[in-house]
Design a binder for this molecule. Structure first.
Ligand code: FAD
Length: 480
């Protein structure tokens, strides 16, 4: 702990609830590593305020003493976004204790949730009120509202409901000078200049601390149909999606996975079984849902799938016969990341290209990677309908993980990113930049984008104390 840390904590101890200041290393340890196990940080203290006023007091004290803060929610970031720097210079600011749903207005379709509310808790609260918060993802049991807002999270229902950007109606934020911006009112029209809410969505904790969000709810699902389909290629999968979209407006989930992802889940998740009996090179998980009790989505989906089978777009298909079977299909999808992690060293790339270009990109990029790096295996899975897949390159069999990550992974990643940029795509579709991609963002962005990002960062956070080393690599500046 540096003298600046000690002085800041001493100043805070008279101001905020002592339980908000954690210095016991055993209590801090679980929050120092990222979910993928790629980054390890150090932090002499973890601060866990329970109110917005306490967050503001912490931020003011940090500014006064020149101490950096790393905001953290569920710590499920895929890009090391919530992991503190390795030099121990920053304190972790955990929002997990701010976990109240302050209001839920089913009629207006709005919920005001504090930053630490876990996504699954929000789902359950909305459902209890006859509503639904439609964004969902595999980490829903840990990911928090603050993290979801700050990463502009996507997930599996983006096709119909969009990313967090479209689901946030207002924000309460503590800015780096300690001022509280109360923008929670869900105004349909508001032209007071720059859109502060949208600037903070996806800012990865580099511009402000999100303390609460007003979130849009949609009508609860009355019925859903979940299908598993075998297809021969990503191109066939996309043509299947277009056929379904022409036939119905009910499709909200359309997830593509290669046979090897299914095999990885079956190998690593107890009780997981292949939904289809035959072998298929690619699989698609489809969800059609409606809030209209008079509509049976299975009756809508089945004839469309029969048509797809007849046209050769699908090789085999099954519609889940029960909710339990539907959940089992989704469990396969949600377990891919954890199962692939257990398969050994790999570089992961959360990328997007224009939707119609994705099937070709997946095939060409995999072939190019495997040719350029002999012994590797490249493949993608995920949100095909959003033009976003998680493109993974697995190290050659038997490769030493530590050596491969140290010597080869960055070259592989740069190669993949160059292909993405050449295809007009983005090196971060939904996970954000964090520390994993900050240097690549610099390398691959034009000067206009980087100048604008830096200008915004400097205007909000002139001392560069909010989440250093993430997103925009801004130099630390002493307090004037
Ligand atoms: P954290 O990991 O704690 O933080 C994420 C970022 O937000 C960090 O930069 C952090 O500093 C900042 N932050 C956190 N809270 C605040 C706050 N209150 N104020 C300001 N900044 C803050 N992501 C997707 O988009 N789609 C997916 O389908 C998806 N699937 C996943 C599946 C698994 C199994 C896992 C482990 C992760 C997945 N993710 C996915 C990534 C991750 O869940 C999301 O990025 C999520 O939004 C992070 O939420 P969190 O609360 O864990 O945030």
């Amino acid at each position: 702990m540096t003298p600046a840390h000690a002085a800041m904590l001493a100043a805070l101890s008279g101001t905020i609830d002592p339980s908000a200041i954690v210095t016991d290393t055993a209590d801090i340890a679980p929050w120092l590593d990222d979910w993928r196990g790629r980054y390890h940080g150090e932090a002499p203290a973890l601060l866990q305020p329970a109110t917005t006023a306490q967050v503001a007091a912490i931020v003011r004290a940090a500014g006064e003493h020149g101490v950096a803060l790393v905001p953290q929610g569920g710590n499920t970031s895929m890009v090391g976004g919530a992991t503190p720097p390795a030099d121990g210079s920053a304190l972790i600011l955990s929002l997990r204790r701010m976990n109240r749903i302050r209001a839920l207005d089913a009629g207006a379709g709005l919920a005001v949730a504090e930053a630490g509310v876990i996504l699954q808790t929000l789902h359950e609260a909305a459902l209890a009120a006859g509503r639904r918060f439609p964004l969902t993802l595999g980490a829903r049991g840990s990911a928090t509202v603050g993290g979801l807002v700050s990463t502009n999270a996507g997930g599996t229902q983006v096709l119909r409901f969009g990313t967090m950007r479209g689901l946030v109606a207002g924000l309460e934020v503590v800015l780096p000078d300690g001022l509280i911006h109360d923008g929670l009112a869900a105004l349909k029209k508001d032209n007071r200049g720059y859109d502060l809410t949208q600037l903070l969505v996806g800012a990865e904790g580099t511009l402000g601390i999100v303390t609460a969000a007003t979130l849009r709810l949609v009508p609860a699902i009355a019925a859903r149909a979940v299908a598993w389909v075998g297809v021969k290629s990503p191109d066939a999968a996309l043509r299947l999606l277009r056929l379904l979209e022409r036939g119905t407006g009910l499709i909200e989930g359309f997830e593509l996975l290669p046979a090897e992802s299914l095999e990885a889940v079956i190998a690593h998740v107890a009780g997981a079984r292949a939904p289809l009996s035959g072998a298929h090179a690619w699989h698609v998980l489809i969800e059609a849902a409606t809030s209209d009790p008079a509509v049976d989505p299975a009756h809508v989906l089945e004839p469309l799938l029969a048509d797809a089978l007849a046209r050769g777009l699908a090789q085999d298909a099954v519609v889940a016969a029960s909710e339990a079977q539907a959940d089992a299909f989704w469990r396969i999808r949600d377990s891919i990341s954890a199962s692939e992690r257990a398969q050994g060293p790999a570089t992961q790339h959360d990328i997007s290209v224009p939707v119609d270009a994705m099937p070709r990109f997946m095939t060409d990029a995999a072939a190019a990677c495997e040719a350029r790096f002999p012994g590797t295996h490249a493949s993608g899975f995920g949100h095909l309908g959003d033009g976003n897949v998680h493109f993974h390159v697995r190290a050659p069999a038997g490769a030493d993980a530590a050596r491969w990550y140290a010597e080869d992974a960055a070259t592989v990643t740069a190669f993949v990113h160059d292909l993405v940029v050449a295809a007009g795509g983005s090196i971060s579709a939904e996970h954000g930049i964090g520390q994993m991609k900050a240097a690549e963002l610099e390398r691959l962005s034009g000067p206009a984008r980087m100048a604008a990002l830096r200008a915004v960062k400097t205007a909000f956070d002139p001392q560069a104390l909010f989440n250093p080393g993430k997103l925009v690599l801004a130099p630390r500046v002493a307090k004037p």
